[in-house]
Write a protein that binds this ligand. Structure first.
Ligand code: GLN
Length: 290
C-alpha cells in the first residue's frame, strides 16, 4: 500500500477498511487521516494533493493497524462528539453513543412540557462516565446545575475535564458513589445510561465494544437489569414532586424498567422514545406532583 498524498492515503485506507467489512469504512478513513494530519474535513480537502511526510505515513499506518484489529476510531483519537460537544474518553468510560442522545431529547422534552427550561433546575446523572448526558443537558439548560456520579474516580476525572472544556465546570460537580447513593436533597431531573447488557451476552458484542468499552459500564448482571433495580428506587426518593427520571434501556427492557418504576412509586410516561434505529431506548418516569 502506498500513501502518497492526503487524498490517495485516505482512499487507500477506506478501501482497506471496506475489505475488512468495517461498516463505517469511509468515515473512519476520513477521521483517522484527519487526526494524523491535525486537519478537519475542510482542511483535508484543501490539503488533498499534499504529500504525506514519512512520520505522518507511519502514524497513519499504526492507526490503520489498530482500527483493523477492532479498536474504534473514537478510542484511537481519544475523543467522541456527543450532542455537538467534543468529549475526551478514558479507559473507564464508554464511548458515548448516538443512541444515548435519545435520553437527552426525552429529558429536554420533559422539562419543556413542565415549562422548566429557564428554571434553575437541579439535575443528577448516575454513572456519568464521560459526563455526556449531564453536559449535553447543561449546554441546553442555561440556569441548571448538575451532579454526575460514578464509582470510577478515573471516569469522574475525565468527566470533570470534559465539563471544563465545554465551559460548563461552574455548573457541574462530580462525586464518587454508586448511582444515587451519595446524593442528598431533591432533584428536578435524574438521568442515567447504566450498564444493561446481560452478562451472558457480553461475549457476543462487537469487538469494538467487547474489547474496548469498560466491562463495568456494560455488564448489567444475569438479566441486564441489576443497575435499574438499584437506581430506580434510589432515584424515586431523590426526585422532587413532579420531577422525572429518564433512563436509557437495552433492547427489549423498557417494560421491565417501567415495572420497576411503578414499584418505586413513579408513573412511567405514555411511551418510551425510540432511537434512530427504531429501538425503544429512553424511558421516563414521573414522581406525582403534590
Ligand atoms: N449501548 C451499549 C452497547 O450497545 C451498552 C451501554 C450500556 O450498557 N449502557 O453496547
Amino acid at each position: 500500500m502506498t500513501y502518497q498524498t492526503v487524498e490517495t492515503a485516505r482512499r487507500a485506507l477506506a478501501l482497506q477498511f471496506k475489505s475488512a467489512a468495517i461498516d463505517s469504512a469511509e468515515l473512519d478513513a476520513r477521521l483517522l487521516t484527519g487526526h494524523t494530519l491535525g486537519l478537519d474535513l475542510t482542511g483535508m480537502i484543501t490539503a488533498a494533493q499534499r504529500q504525506l511526510t514519512h512520520d505522518e505515513f507511519a502514524r497513519l499506518e499504526n492507526y490503520a493497524r489498530r482500527r483493523l484489529a477492532g479498536e474504534p476510531v473514537a478510542r484511537i483519537v481519544g475523543e467522541k462528539e456527543f450532542w455537538g460537544l467534543p468529549l475526551r474518553l478514558g479507559p473507564a468510560t464508554l464511548v458515548p453513543r448516538p443512541d444515548t442522545e435519545t435520553v437527552v431529547e426525552v429529558a429536554l422534552e420533559v422539562m419543556r412540557t413542565g415549562g422548566a427550561l429557564d428554571r434553575p433546575l437541579r439535575i443528577a446523572d448516575l454513572g456519568t462516565g464521560t459526563g455526556a448526558i449531564l453536559l449535553a443537558l447543561l449546554s441546553e439548560l442555561p440556569a441548571a446545575t448538575g451532579i454526575g456520579t460514578d464509582i470510577s474516580e478515573a471516569a469522574l476525572q475525565t468527566a470533570a475535564a470534559n465539563a471544563t472544556r465545554a465551559g460548563l465546570s461552574e455548573r457541574a460537580t462530580f462525586i464518587a458513589c454508586d448511582y444515587a447513593s451519595g446524593l442528598s436533597g431533591l432533584f428536578d431531573l435524574i438521568v442515567s445510561n447504566p450498564p444493561y447488557i446481560r452478562s451472558a451476552d457480553i461475549g457476543g458484542l462487537a469487538v469494538e465494544v467487547r474489547n474496548h468499552d469498560p466491562l463495568a459500564a456494560l455488564d448489567g448482571g444475569a438479566d441486564g437489569l441489576d443497575a435499574y433495580r438499584a437506581l430506580v428506587p434510589q432515584s424515586a426518593s431523590r426526585l422532587a414532586p413532579g420531577a422525572a427520571l429518564v433512563v436509557e434501556a437495552g433492547e427489549g427492557q423498557t417494560g421491565q424498567i417501567e415495572a420497576l418504576m411503578v414499584a418505586a412509586g413513579l408513573t412511567p410516561a405514555a411511551c418510551p422514545k425510540a432511537d434512530l434505529a427504531g429501538i425503544p431506548r429512553a424511558v421516563a418516569g414521573h414522581k406525582t406532583a403534590r
